[in-house]
Each structure stands twice: as C-alpha cells, then as structure tokens.
Write a protein that binds this ligand. Structure first.
Ligand code: LLP
Length: 426
C-alpha cells in the first residue's frame, strides 16, 4: 500500500480510488463477495503490534502470552501461534480452541476467578505452563485435582495490587473492590500455604490491573508493589521463577495516546533493573493491543431515517456484532467505505436493527451516506467478534484475514441452521 494515504492512526487502512482498503485488499469487493456485516483483519497490523513488544523484550527472558479472549478466532490464533507466542486462556473452551490452532501447551497460562474442576482436569491433562490462581479456595481445589491425576500443577498467585488503572470501571481489575486476585496483604501467607501443598509447584507471581490503560504510571506503581511482594515471598523461602505482569495496554480509539509497547517496557525494565530483577523471566498477557486496531467491521446502510430530535442511520451490524458501545459506551470511529463528495453530511446516530435503544454503534456522527452505502466501524479487532452473540436470532458475522493482496475467509457467516442445531422443540 506504499504511496497511498492511510487513515490517521490506522497505517494498514488506506483510501485508494473510490474505496477503502485493508493492506492491499479493497473493502467493497470483500463486502460483495462475503456480504455484511463483515469483520476484516490485517495480519500485518497484528505482527507489527507484536514486534513492538518483541523490541521491548529484546535480550530479556520473556514470553508474550496473547490474551485470546480479545479475539479467539482460529485464524487469528494461528497468526500468534506461528509467531511463537504463548496464550492466556480463561476457560476450557479457550484451551480447546488454542490447541486446535496449534499452540504449544507449555506456553499456555490459565487465568480467571472461576475455574471449574473439569477445566482444571482438562488443563492438567494438556500440560499447560501455569495456572494463575485467584483465591485461597481455588488453590486447595487445584491441589486436590492435581493429586488425583498424579501431577503437580504449576501455579502463580494473582495478586490484586490495589492500583487504579484509570480506565472504565467495568474493565478495572486491580482495585480492592474488584473480584480478582488475592489481596496484597494476604500474599505471603497464601504463598507459604501453596508452597506446602504436594500437588502444587509454585512457579511465579501474577497481576493484571485492567484494560484500555493509556498511561504508564499505573503499570509502574503496580510493578513496585509486585516487586515488594516478590522480595517478601522469597524472603519467606518461596522462590519465584517468573513475574507475570498481565495485559491491559490501550489502543487509539478516539485520539487516545497510550504509550507504545516498546517504550512502556523500556520504562518497566529500567525499574526492574534498578531493583535487581532485570534477569527474571517476565510473562505478559496483552490482548487488545495485539489485535484491536487490526480489525474493522464493514456494514451496509439499510435506511436513513430523519427524526424529530435525531437522524438515524440504520445499518446491518448491531450490538450483537459490536457490543462495546452498548456495554461500555465505547467509541469506535465510523467512516464511509466510499466517499460521496456530492452528498451533504448529516448528523446521525448510527444504529443497528436490534430492538433496543441501547443498540447503537456511534452517536452524533456527521456522514454523507445513502441506503446501500458501506461503512467501516474501526478498531473492531478486539472484544467484538469474541463478544458477539445471537441476540434477536441474528447470525454472527463472517471474518476475513488480509495479508498483502490476499484475503482468506477465516470464519464463514453463521446460518440459522447453525443456531438451531443445539435446540429441540417440545
Ligand atoms: N489478562 C487478564 C487476566 C485479563 O482479564 C485480561 C482482560 C487480559 C489479560 C487482556 O487485557 P487487554 O490487554 O486486552 O486489555 N471487553 C472489554 C475488555 C475486557 C478485558 C478483560 N480482561 C472491552 O471491550 O473493553
């Protein structure tokens, strides 16, 4: 796409001739071939995002575990598996998915507050690298499950460092009032207990403070608090092989300016070096920052509807495809696939067909569009398809992975038969 002007903040999306393209593939042609709504991802954006972390970790002992909840489509997982990543999972379903995508079990870590016994058994059998345990009760259950299987489960304890990540309350996870992790004050006692259990092998310490974090300071605060604990836990006689620092780095949705991954890790390693931990193995669990701006969703304008107070642009994507605006009042840029220089721009709320007023994708957007036009909802690579639902018996969208001039359908559009398959009328 050299020489073509790209969209600000989206180096893989450019306007060429009358259409928008992802890498070297035109979106109007993709929409004609596969229909809409259609998720389109740039493989190069994902690899570039990963490369920023890899630069930050150059010369260090580190493993990047992609938090697959952000986008767990097999085609996306395969990109990261081929690039040598590990994976952060939160369910038995994610474990099955990531193994199907070719992940190495030893590079899989299992987070989450509510692992079931069946999930523990499944993960022990697969031979995953680490369980990030989140409560004292879970530690005892995991010990029992491991002994039953004649194994020792590798564990880290997730610590709640009680720092404010300065993000949306639904995606803050490291504050005292959150359900996640073990309280900082309990950590040494919990580690002593875990280290004494015959079914467990303590291997590390873990924290994750939230998501869409756009400043370095919460990370630096959390790092200091975790390093204080590493010293205290090791002084109590429990060695820790690795430090898992979670994920959470934000992306640019609306002019947001999070630190670049390599710049952030330069700062964090300076702190680790200064405190004598520069050689320690580091794990991280980034999700959004590896995929968020790799993706967009192409949607067709079905109707424009002037209203008394608002004008509505009704599109064929909805809150079941793109749940973030409805759930977190999140902002996604929305741009026309083809520009219409002769049409006046009108201020619209861009809404979907679902029967709820909460079904909106963007509010007060100035758009020059008519029915039949295509729009691209940007920054839709993370927490969109992976959170999509069948609400209103809507089929989940198709997904295409673009690499250079090639486009691969990595998920076909769901059919109503797919949806009815698990059900039975009385
Ligand atoms: N590790 C753990 C333990 C997590 O809970 C999460 C995300 C991550 C890593 C990855 O965080 P990331 O790097 O993606 O920020 N649905 C919400 C985001 C929920 C995040 C949940 N945990 C959204 O659309 O904004």
């Amino acid at each position: 796409m050299s020489g073509t002007p790209t969209l600000p903040g989206h180096p893989h999306i450019a306007r060429r001739g009358t259409t928008l393209q992802v890498e070297d593939v035109a979106l109007d042609a993709l929409a004609r071939e596969h229909g809409t709504p259609l998720f389109v991802y740039s493989k190069q954006w994902m690899l570039d995002a990963l490369a920023a972390y890899q630069r930050g970790f150059a010369g260090r002992d580190a493993l990047i575990c992609y938090a697959m909840k952000a986008n767990s489509s097999l085609g996306v997982l395969r990109v990261f598996a081929e690039a040598g990543c590990g994976f952060d999972i939160v369910s038995g379903g994610e474990l099955a998915r990531v193994l199907a995508a070719g992940a190495e079990p030893a590079k899989v870590i299992f987070s989450g507050v509510g692992k079931t016994r069946a999930e523990m058994r499944q993960a022990l059998t697969a031979g995953i690298g680490c369980f990030n345990v989140e409560s004292e009760a879970e530690i005892d259950v995991l010990n029992t499950m491991a002994l039953e299987q004649g194994q020792r489960a590798p564990v880290s304890v997730r610590i709640n460092p009680n720092v404010d990540p300065k993000t949306h309350p639904y995606i803050s996870t490291g504050l005292k009032g959150n359900k996640f992790g073990v309280a900082h004050d309990r950590a040494v006692a919990v580690y002593r207990h875990a280290a004494a259990l015959p079914g467990l092998q303590v291997v590390g310490i873990d924290c994750h403070i939230g998501s869409q974090i756009t400043e370095s300071s919460p990370y630096l605060d959390a790092l200091d608090r975790i390093l204080d604990l590493v010293q205290a836990i090791e002084a109590a006689g429990v060695p820790l092989h690795h430090i898992d620092f979670g994920g959470g780095l934000g992306i640019d949705y609306d002019g947001d300016t999070p630190p670049a991954a390599d710049a952030l890790w330069k700062q964090l390693f300076a702190r680790l070096d200064a405190r004598g931990f520069g050689d320690r193995r580091i794990l991280i669990e980034p999700g959004r920052s590896l995929v968020g701006n790799a993706g967009l969703c192409v949607t067709e304008v079905l109707y424009t509807k002037p209203g008394e107070e608002k004008n509505f642009c009704i599109v064929d994507a909805a809150m079941n495809d793109l749940p973030r605006p409805a759930m977190y009042q999140a902002f996604h840029r929305i741009v026309p696939v083809a520009e219409r220089p002769l049409l006046p721009a009108i201020r619209y709320d861009v809404v979907g067909p679902v029967c709820e007023s909460g079904d909106w994708l963007g509010r007060d957007r100035d758009l020059a569009v008519e029915a039949g036009d295509l729009l691209a909802v940007l920054s839709a690579g993370a927490y969109c398809m992976s959170m999509a639902s069948n609400y209103n018996t809507r089929a989940r969208a198709a997904e295409v992975l673009v690499s250079g001039a090639s486009a691969t359908l990595i998920r076909r559009r769901e059919t109503v038969e797919d949806q009815l398959r698990t059900e039975q009328a009385l």
